[in-house]
Design a protein around this ligand. Structure first.
Ligand SMILES: *Cc1c(COP(=O)(O)O)cnc(C)c1O
Ligand SMILES: [Zn+2]
Length: 464
């Protein structure tokens, strides 16, 4: 099987290919990103997506139980006995009527895909199971990542649950939420709190991994993206294989945006879907590299020959002016998205759009997801805020079916949630004020009540 899967450079002027049993996170020839690619003609691909349904009855088989590996014919780079799984991908698509009303969509048109239901509480487990499988294939003993929190939590849980390798995680200082930091520590990973931000950690971990031959698990790693393709398969599965009109996803390092376009392109190529949904990638306004480049400066994939001048001038200006990403949605607080090029390719494949939303809009949308669904962390709610914006602009029509990807669990970042709902103005301002959040229209304030029955009764009777 391994010869029908290979690595391919995304640069069309290079187009180099490499065997999958190498640990490469960039093209050795030109330095560009790599794809995992397949010779589909030589692989057993299902004729119809419904064929996957027969797997549901085999839930005590680990590879069928996994919401990632159930679809292994669509990411066939590993032998079955090499696959590393901890039961990831058991996630749910909810038709969310209340959140639909918030977005001014008909009640049956908005669906929320809860990737926070993964073992470590974020979508990252979809990709990490694939990266860990590849790490196992190449015999890695140490694996590392840089993280705004969730990647490290995911790598850490795979290391602790499988005991197959040691994990080393690099986190920036200050910005990481306690929920996420606590996971890396609790799962026993070596945790380096770098005195710098995520982009600094990203740069350092790449050098360290190169020097020390440590396996790198960031989404530069093309195997991560193979696992993340399955988010799309599960969305389609939950919609009974009907293709929605829109997929809306928060954009940070743009791994999901890249993986979704690849998944959809491959499904179309294999004749398993007849049309491709549109993709909307939502940046936080304080971390809007993709928005600026794509929507404001017109940067396009252009067959893999991007306008380097736009890109170089953009980053030169960012460095010169000292502009650094700043948003409450820490999971997408990223200056230089590593998968930018692949995301541009996805935007082309999916006739995509990019939008930016403010932290105020993100927290308001998050409160709605909490009150009308299972909740999510701030970065995830960017998708819902983005869907609301695109609906208001008329880009999303009222008749269209929209799926918002909720990337992380509600419990990941309780500080922002409690501050938003706080009755205490000082607490609200301390946590949220510097992010331009000044109102909480959907706050559910806790009620302070004296320790006396009749006082409590007064409060209860006052509820409507
Ligand atoms: C990592 C992460 C993101 C960003 O995803 P990318 O694929 O890097 O764009 C968004 N939300 C949450 C909760 C995350 O953990
Ligand atoms: Zn190359």
């Amino acid at each position: 099987m391994s010869e029908s899967a290979f690595l391919r450079c995304i640069n069309p002027d290079c187009d180099a290919t490499f065997a999958v049993n190498q640990a490469l996170t960039g093209c050795p020839t030109c330095g560009d990103l790599l794809d995992v690619d397949y010779d589909w003609d030589r692989l057993p691909v299902p004729k119809n997506l419904r064929e996957f349904e027969s797997r549901w009855s085999l839930r005590n088989e680990p590879l069928e139980f996994s919401g990632v590996w159930r679809f292994r014919q669509l990411l066939p780079f590993a032998q079955e006995n090499q696959i590393v799984t901890i039961g990831e991908g058991q996630t749910i698509l909810q038709q969310a009527s209340a959140v639909a009303r918030f977005c001014e969509l008909p009640e049956d048109r908005l669906h929320l895909q809860y990737e926070g239901l993964n073992p470590s509480g974020s979508f990252k487990d979809n990709g990490m199971t694939a990266a860990c499988t590849h790490a196992h294939m190449v015999g890695a003993k140490h694996a590392a990542c840089a993280s705004t929190g969730n990647t490290s939590a995911s790598l850490a849980i795979f290391a602790s649950a499988t005991q197959m390798f040691r994990a080393i995680v690099f986190v920036g200082s200050g910005k990481i939420s306690y929920g996420k930091l606590s996971q890396a520590l609790d799962y026993g990973s070596k945790t380096l709190q770098l005195l710098g931000d995520f982009d600094d950690a990203m740069r350092q971990v790449q050098d360290v991994c190169r020097e020390e031959k440590i396996y790198l698990c960031n989404s530069l790693n093309p195997f991560r993206l193979e696992g993340q393709k399955t988010i799309i398969y599960r969305v389609l599965e939950s919609l009974r294989w009907q293709v929605p009109d829109w997929i809306v996803v928060p954009g940070g390092n743009l791994g999901n945006s890249s993986a979704f376009g690849k998944a959809l392109h491959e499904l179309k190529h294999l004749g398993l879907i007849d049309r491709i949904p549109r993709l909307a990638v939502i940046n936080a306004r304080g971390a809007n590299t993709l928005y600026r480049l794509y929507e404001q400066q017109g940067l396009r994939w252009n067959g893999g020959r991007l306008d380097r001048q736009i890109l170089d001038a953009f980053y030169a200006e960012m460095d010169k002016s000292g502009r650094r990403a700043a948003t409450l949605a820490t999971a997408i607080q990223i200056n230089r998205p590593v998968n930018l090029k692949k995301a541009l390719r996805s935007l082309e494949v999916c006739d995509g759009v990019v939008r930016e939303v403010s932290d105020q809009e993100i927290l308001d949308a998050k409160a709605q997801v909490g009150a009308g669904g299972f909740g999510c962390e701030p970065a995830s709610a960017a998708s819902v805020a983005g869907a609301k914006l695109l609906r208001a602009e008329g880009v999303i029509a009222p008749s269209e079916t929209v799926v918002c990807i909720l990337t992380g669990h509600q419990l990941k970042d309780p500080t922002a949630t409690v501050a938003y709902h706080a009755a205490d103005e000082e607490q609200f301002d301390r946590e949220l004020g510097s992010h331009g959040v000044h109102a909480a229209p959907f706050a559910n304030n806790p009620i302070v009540v004296e320790n006396e029955l009749h006082r409590i009764m007064e409060v209860i009777h006052g509820l409507n």
